[in-house]
Design a binder for this molecule. Structure first.
Ligand code: SAH
Length: 239
C-alpha cells in the first residue's frame, strides 16, 4: 500500500492514506495533518514507509499509526482519547506517534512518551519542538518525554507537578514495541475504564496485537487481534 499512499507533502500523504481507506476516522486524519512527519523522519518523510532513526529504532509507516480494517494504533484507542485523557506512549522513539496522540487529546489531555534510550528521548523532544504548536504542548506539559523501561510503565507519570494525585493512571496506553507478555504493571496503571494497545510476542513463531480493556468495574478483558512484526521491547543496550 506504500506506493499508493505516499505523497510529496504531509497533506498529500495524509489525504492519500484517507482516500485509500488506511485512515478511516476524520479525527485521526486531522491529528495526522497537524503533525508534519518531516519533523520526525529524517529522509523521505512523506512516503508511507518506515524510516530508521538510529539506535536500532524506526518510525513506523504512517498507515501503521492510523487505522484500517485491522484497527491500527490510533483507531483502536480512539474511544479512550478525549480532550482530557491521559495517555502513555511506550517506546516513543522519534516522538511522532506521541505528537499525534497529543493532538487527539487536545486541548486538556496529556501524553507521556517513554523510551529507554536517552538520545531518542532528547530527539523526540527536539522533533516536537520544531512546530509552534509542539513547543506550546511541551511548555504546557501536554507532551512530555521521559527515559525509562517501558515494561514498568510510568507510575508517577500521569500528573504534571511531580506529586502523586488521585488522577494517577492512564485512559489509554500505546506500546510501540513487542512485549514478552502483557506486563502486569501496565494493566495496573490503566484507569477503569481504560484501554491498552500492545503487541505481544505470544508464541515462538510470532507476535499479535492485544487490546486490553479495564472496564469501569475494574475487571480486565484481553482480546487478541492480529499478527504483527514490531521490534522487541528489550533491556537497555549495554545493560
Ligand atoms: N512509535 C515510535 C517508534 C517505535 S520503535 C515512532 O513512531 O517513532 C520502538 C521503540 O521502543 C524504540 O525507540 C526503542 O528504543 C524503544 N524501546 C525498546 N525497548 C524498550 C523498553 N524496554 N523501554 C522503553 N522503550 C523501549
Amino acid at each position: 500500500m506504500a506506493w499508493r499512499s505516499s505523497g510529496s507533502t504531509n497533506a498529500t500523504l495524509i489525504e492519500n492514506l484517507y482516500i485509500n481507506g488506511l485512515i478511516k476516522s476524520p479525527r485521526v486524519k486531522d491529528a495526522m495533518l497537524a503533525v508534519d512527519r518531516a519533523h520526525f523522519a529524517p529522509t523521505a518523510p512523506h512516503q508511507d514507509a518506515p524510516q530508521t532513526i538510529g539506535h536500532g529504532a524506526t518510525v513506523s509507516a504512517p498507515h501503521m499509526h492510523a487505522s484500517s480494517e485491522r484497527k491500527k494504533a490510533c483507531e483502536s484507542l480512539l474511544p479512550h482519547l478525549s480532550p482530557t485523557s491521559r495517555v502513555l506512549d511506550i517506546g516513543s522513539g522519534s516522538g511522532y506517534l506521541t505528537a499525534v496522540l497529543a493532538h487527539l487529546v487536545s486541548p486538556g489531555g496529556s501524553v507521556i512518551g517513554v523510551d529507554h534510550i536517552r538520545p531518542l528521548v532528547e530527539l523526540a523532544e527536539k522533533n516536537v519542538a520544531k512546530s509552534a504548536e509542539g513547543r506550546r504542548m511541551l511548555a504546557e506539559g501536554r507532551v512530555r518525554f521521559v527515559r525509562g523501561d517501558g515494561r514498568a510503565g510510568w507510575a508517577e507519570g500521569s500528573h504534571r507537578d511531580g506529586e502523586g494525585t488521585a488522577e494517577d493512571g492512564y485512559d489509554a496506553i500505546h506500546v510501540g514495541a513487542a512485549a514478552g507478555e502483557v506486563h502486569p504493571a501496565l494493566i495496573e496503571q490503566l484507569r477503569a475504564p481504560g484501554r491498552m494497545f500492545i503487541p505481544v510476542q505470544d508464541s515462538p513463531y510470532g507476535q499479535n496485537v492485544w487490546v486490553v480493556d479495564k472496564l469501569s468495574d475494574g475487571s480486565v478483558r484481553k482480546e487478541r487481534l492480529y499478527g504483527v512484526s514490531y521490534v522487541p521491547l528489550t533491556d537497555e543496550p549495554g545493560k
